[in-house]
Ligand binder design. Sequence first.
Ligand SMILES: C[C@@H](O)[C@H](N)C(=O)O
Ligand SMILES: C[C@@H](O)[C@H](N)C(=O)O
Lengths: 165, 165
Amino acid sequence: IYRPVNGVAADKSQVRIAILKVPDQPGIAARIFGALSKNNISVDMIIQSLEEDNANNIAFTVDETDLNSTLSILEEVRMNLGAKEIVVDNDIAKISIVGAGMIDRPGIAASMFEALAEQNINIKMIATSEIKISCLVEKERAHEAVRALHSKFELDDENAEADKV
Amino acid sequence: IYRPVNGVAADKSQVRIAILKVPDQPGIAARIFGALSKNNISVDMIIQSLEEDNANNIAFTVDETDLNSTLSILEEVRMNLGAKEIVVDNDIAKISIVGAGMIDRPGIAASMFEALAEQNINIKMIATSEIKISCLVEKERAHEAVRALHSKFELDDENAEADKV
Ligand SMILES: C[C@@H](O)[C@H](N)C(=O)O
Ligand SMILES: C[C@@H](O)[C@H](N)C(=O)O
């Protein structure tokens, strides 16, 4: 059976960090992530949306074990850039749907968001690619989110089979 | 030779649309993208970063041929949600680096941002996944961006070979 979505994943080991009101000019993202990579900090998601008044926010996720080192590196960058502040959200679970068939399927992201909405789960952050759509939700909602997505994308019976093994 | 990045892509056929100051509560993303998908609008990137004062912005890209229909659908949603406004940026090129080996490689995103910074190219938007990092830049910088990335990730000689064929 062809399924556009063939799996759901939940990752509760990450923390979201954002540097607010960085100047929206060339070289800024390079400095931030250059500093992190020089210090061997592995970054998972990086999200930057629209600018406002010539400034922007850049949010990213790292493993929670890297929180303290990330914050000290980032504080130095923040001072050098004159960015407003650094904010941390450690109440996040990264919920992802994965599939080869998602590209050019307008309804897949909408269905994911609907599944979460039906459980009254708030979506804190969104990033998409052709084979993966990820949403950040509160940690304690992760299990429900996964169940709702298994159900929405009809992955339940497969899971029942797997559980019996 | 193992290369973490094996390709660079540029897409100049999209437009970025954002709906600003939507209420940050369950069901909002579902309504927006439900309305678009009901009308068969194919969405490529969806980006939502951190909330501010219980509201958020949601930005997404569609093919430029879908701009007008997207705007009329979105305006109706905007009114129903009481969202502040809709903004359009049609001066965008989506520049992506693709590779199987990018996961757990802290420096790849930083290198991409550095390549663009070295050409004084401003990064308008960022979204990442394990196999793809995408940045939106001004349309007229697309060609330079691709060249800079080919060079940074040493994909130049392969391209020279391909051109000779
Ligand atoms: C905000 C940040 O992305 C900046 N526009 C840059 O190009 O580095
Ligand atoms: C802003 C939007 O993503 C909202 N938080 C929702 O869950 O739908």
